[in-house]
Ligand binder design. Structure first.
Ligand code: DGL
Length: 267
C-alpha cells in the first residue's frame, strides 16, 4: 500500500461525517475519500446478509480508488466483524474497537449506550467495554428511527426529540446511568437535543477517541502521509442534501481555496 493513498471512510449516509470532521482535525495532511450510501440508509434495521452485500459494494468502490486503508465510520457495519472485509487487500479499521478508550479514564461503574437496533443486538458494545472495564454495567438500547431522521436533515424535527426520549428513558428505567455513549455516528449531529432534554447526563461522542486510534494505527504501520490534505465525497443520494450536512459540520478541504469535491455514485 502507498502511504500517499487516501484513507477511505464509509457509512450508510451522512453519519460518518461526524468522525471524518474529527479525523481532518487530527490528521490534516492525509487525503480522505468518504462514501455514504444514503440511498440505502438506514442500515441499522437490515439483516447481516444485506449489510455484508451493501458493505462489500462500498469496499469494492473504495478499492477502485486505491485507498491505503478504510475506516468503517459506521457502528452497524463495524459490528459485523471480519466477515465484511476479510477478502480485501487493505487494512479495515472498525471504529468500535476504540469505544472503551473514551470512558476508561473515568472508571465508570455503569454506562448507557444508544445505537442502532443491529448494533445493540450484536452485543459488541458490551463485549468491548467489558474487556477493559469488566465491572462496568452496560445498558444498551437500540433506536429504530433516529439515524434515518438525522439523514433526512431536519435536525429540529419534533420526531427527533420523541425518538431520543424513547431510547434514553428506556435506558434510565433499566438503570440510573449518568453517562450515555452515542453508539451510532449519525447521533452526534443532534448532540444539542440530547443535552437539552437531559442536562444532567453526560453524553459521550466517541469520535475523537476513534480518530486517535486511526492515527495510532497509521503510525504503527508507517503509513502516515505528510503531503496530502484533500477530500473527495461520494454519495448514492442527493448531492445537495449531503453537502448541506457536510457544511453543518464545517467540513472543508485542507486546501482552503477549493470547495468540497462531491460526486454522485451508483451503488
Ligand atoms: N451511522 C451508522 C452507525 O453508526 C448507521 C446508521 C444506520 O444507517 O442505521 O451505526
Amino acid at each position: 500500500m502507498n502511504k500517499n493513498g487516501a484513507i477511505g471512510f464509509m457509512d450508510s449516509g451522512v453519519g460518518g461525517l461526524t468522525v471524518l470532521a474529527e479525523a481532518i482535525k487530527q490528521m490534516p495532511d492525509e487525503n480522505f475519500i468518504y462514501l455514504g450510501d444514503s440511498k440505502n440508509c438506514p442500515f441499522g434495521n437490515k439483516s447481516a446478509e444485506e449489510l455484508v452485500n451493501l458493505g462489500g459494494d462500498m469496499l469494492r468502490f473504495l478499492e477502485s480508488k486505491k485507498v491505503k486503508c478504510v475506516m468503517l465510520a459506521c457502528n452497524t457495519m463495524s459490528s459485523l466483524g471480519e466477515v465484511l472485509y476479510r477478502d480485501f487487500p487493505f487494512p479495515v479499521y472498525r471504529i468500535i474497537t476504540s469505544v472503551a478508550d473514551s470512558i476508561e479514564d473515568k472508571n465508570l461503574s455503569a454506562v448507557g449506550v444508544i445505537a442502532t437496533e443491529f448494533t445493540v443486538r450484536s452485543g459488541v458494545y458490551k463485549e468491548i467495554i467489558n474487556k477493559s472495564l469488566p465491572d462496568c454495567k452496560v445498558v444498551a438500547v437500540g433506536s429504530k428511527n433516529l439515524a434515518r431522521l438525522v439523514e433526512d436533515g431536519d435536525l429540529k424535527s419534533p420526531l427527533i426529540k420523541e425518538e431520543i426520549k424513547l431510547s434514553v428513558d428506556k435506558i434510565l428505567t433499566e438503570y440510573p446511568v449518568k453517562d450515555i455513549m452515542l453508539g451510532c455516528t449519525h447521533f452526534p449531529f443532534v448532540m444539542d437535543v440530547f443535552r437539552s432534554l437531559y442536562p444532567d447526563i453526560n453524553f459521550i461522542d466517541p469520535a475523537a477517541a476513534q480518530c486517535r486510534y486511526l492515527s495510532k494505527m497509521l503510525k504503527q504501520e508507517d503509513m502516515v502521509n505528510q503531503n496530502g490534505g484533500s477530500l473527495e465525497i461520494y454519495t448514492s443520494g442527493d448531492i445537495n442534501a449531503f453537502l448541506n450536512t457536510a457544511n453543518l459540520l464545517g467540513i472543508k478541504q485542507a486546501d482552503k481555496s477549493a470547495t468540497i469535491n462531491i460526486n454522485e455514485v451508483q451503488l
